[in-house]
Design a protein around this ligand. Structure first.
Ligand code: PBG
Length: 320
């Protein structure tokens, strides 16, 4: 008689046949840096996550180091927003200064810089707006300019999250022309127009002032189109592809993993984090057990890299 339970008789046995493992090197921790002084603002909907001003960033960097996480994804929140997102490509902008500070303080830390205009525009959309329409081609030079500015500040990886068509090619060309041929691109390739970004928009002050993002972010119903998005970013020269959010899109992750040979990242987004934190705070779930199961699920679905607000906790649990 077949007895699959033989594989489960002891922890040692289970450990030996385990197919999926989480490693600290898989984790990317998102960080929010805000213009100003002496700021450590809690994000109400994301317990444990804060906005820091640059002068207090070291507190957070120390926590990252102590946990043993090697990569962060940085979001900047400027004091001044305008129609064209000028602060996004200002070499002295808050994000650029934060990157310089981080690379000086922790040179070995891999700094991934999010590229998108929504935190920097007064209308909160990810591209230029004209007559209520989000413009594509006119936005590309600004994204390219922002990428070069962030690379100049010391970013190791440029992560465009805007979902404009053709942005990977435009950014790659601009980086190469400016001597940043080793700066990597991690494209948010299949990014869905999701309700799970709600808490992030509070954290990054990036909610659109009118309409929604459905004309540029993907329809949650589309799996085949997600493959096309990934393949087209690969063709344009991305180094890493991403599916976002993670949990309602594990099938997309699996299919992209099967259909491509590129390193695949999954973004375990703000709403996914908030749901876990809220249930845990009520004592309804065992946070550690559930978070580790979520991480395992994302990795088993085919992701190599996991961007998650749980990163520091996961790293600590892995060391216990
Ligand atoms: C910016 C951006 C968003 C997220 C990452 N980059 C928000 C959005 O597209 O509205 C979401 C991250 C999260 O929810 O954790 N475009």
């Amino acid at each position: 008689m077949h007895r699959l339970r033989r594989l489960r008789v002891s922890e040692t046995m289970r450990d030996m046949v385990r197919e999926t493992r989480i490693d600290k090197s898989d984790l990317v921790y998102p960080m929010f840096v805000i213009e100003g002084e002496n700021i450590r603002n809690p994000i109400d909907s994301m317990p444990g996550i804060y906005q820091y001003s640059i002068d207090r960033l070291d507190e957070e960097l120390d926590r990252v180091k102590e946990a043993g996480v090697h990569a962060v994804l940085l979001f900047g929140i400027p004091a001044h927003k305008d129609e064209v997102g000028s602060e996004a490509y200002n070499d002295e902008g808050v994000t650029q200064r934060a990157i310089r500070h981080m690379k000086k303080r922790m040179p070995e830390l891999l700094v991934i810089a999010d590229v998108c205009l929504c935190e920097y525009t007064s209308h909160g959309h990810c591209g230029l707006v004209c007559g209520g329409e989000i413009l594509n081609d006119e936005t590309l030079p600004l994204l390219a300019k922002m990428s070069v500015s962030l690379a100049k500040a010391g970013a190791d990886v440029i992560a465009p999250s805007d979902m404009m068509d053709g942005r990977v090619a435009a950014i790659r060309e601009a980086l190469d022309e400016n001597g940043f041929c080793n700066t990597m691109i991690m494209a948010y390739s299949a990014k869905f127009a999701s309700g799970f970004y709600g808490p992030f928009r509070e954290a990054a002050h990036s909610a659109p002032s009118f309409g929604d993002r459905k004309t540029y972010q993907m329809d949650p119903a589309n799996r085949k189109e997600a493959i096309r998005e990934c393949l087209s970013d690969i063709e344009e020269g991305t180094d890493v592809i991403m599916v976002k959010p993670a949990l309602s899109y594990l099938d997309v992750l699996r299919e992209v993993a099967d259909r491509t040979d590129y390193p695949l990242a999954a973004y375990n987004v703000s709403g996914e984090y908030s749901m876990v934190k809220a249930a845990a705070a009520n004592g309804w779930i065992d946070e550690k057990k559930i978070v580790m199961e979520i991480m395992t699920g994302i990795k088993r679905a085919g992701a190599k890299i996991i961007i998650t607000y749980h990163a520091l906790d996961v790293a600590k649990w892995l060391s216990e």
